[in-house]
Design a protein around this ligand. Sequence first.
Ligand code: AMP
Length: 147
Amino acid sequence: MISVTSSDFLEMQIENFIISSEKVAHVQIGNNAEHTLLVLTKTGYSAVPVLDSKYRLKGLVSTQMITDAILGLNHIEYERLPDLKVDLVMQETVPTIHIQEKFKKGLDLLINHPFLCVVDDEDTFLGILTRRVVLKQLKKHIYQNKE
Ligand code: AMP
């Protein structure tokens, strides 16, 4: 049975839980695959957002997308990295959530994605909502309401 406090919890704004854009590693649309691979390797993140100069969300890029793009018949063609633009490699369909959405919506979407990109009406990138942050909040809530 969902108690009143649980439904209040699910109705909370996701705004309170996001990692804001200035703390999120990202690449820019004009960057090449070499720079992108460097960002992914150094940060250790599996994927990062691709933004334009106005901070609008354009895509998502992962190490796997890059290696897949430079996979030759017999070896990985690393020499292609400097000339390969990130927009040719990235995935354009990005799991996103609007900044004014509620926790419940985030929870639903995060079942299938490790993180969601948070945007406003103009598609401006405001940050990310991660599965880790949401699970932590959920755990806190469950333990608080045990008795
Ligand atoms: P986490 O839930 O913290 O393990 O994060 C899951 C995924 O979200 C990571 O693998 C990254 O793709 C992305 N992510 C988390 N934090 C950041 C960050 N500060 N900058 C860029 N991507 C991030």
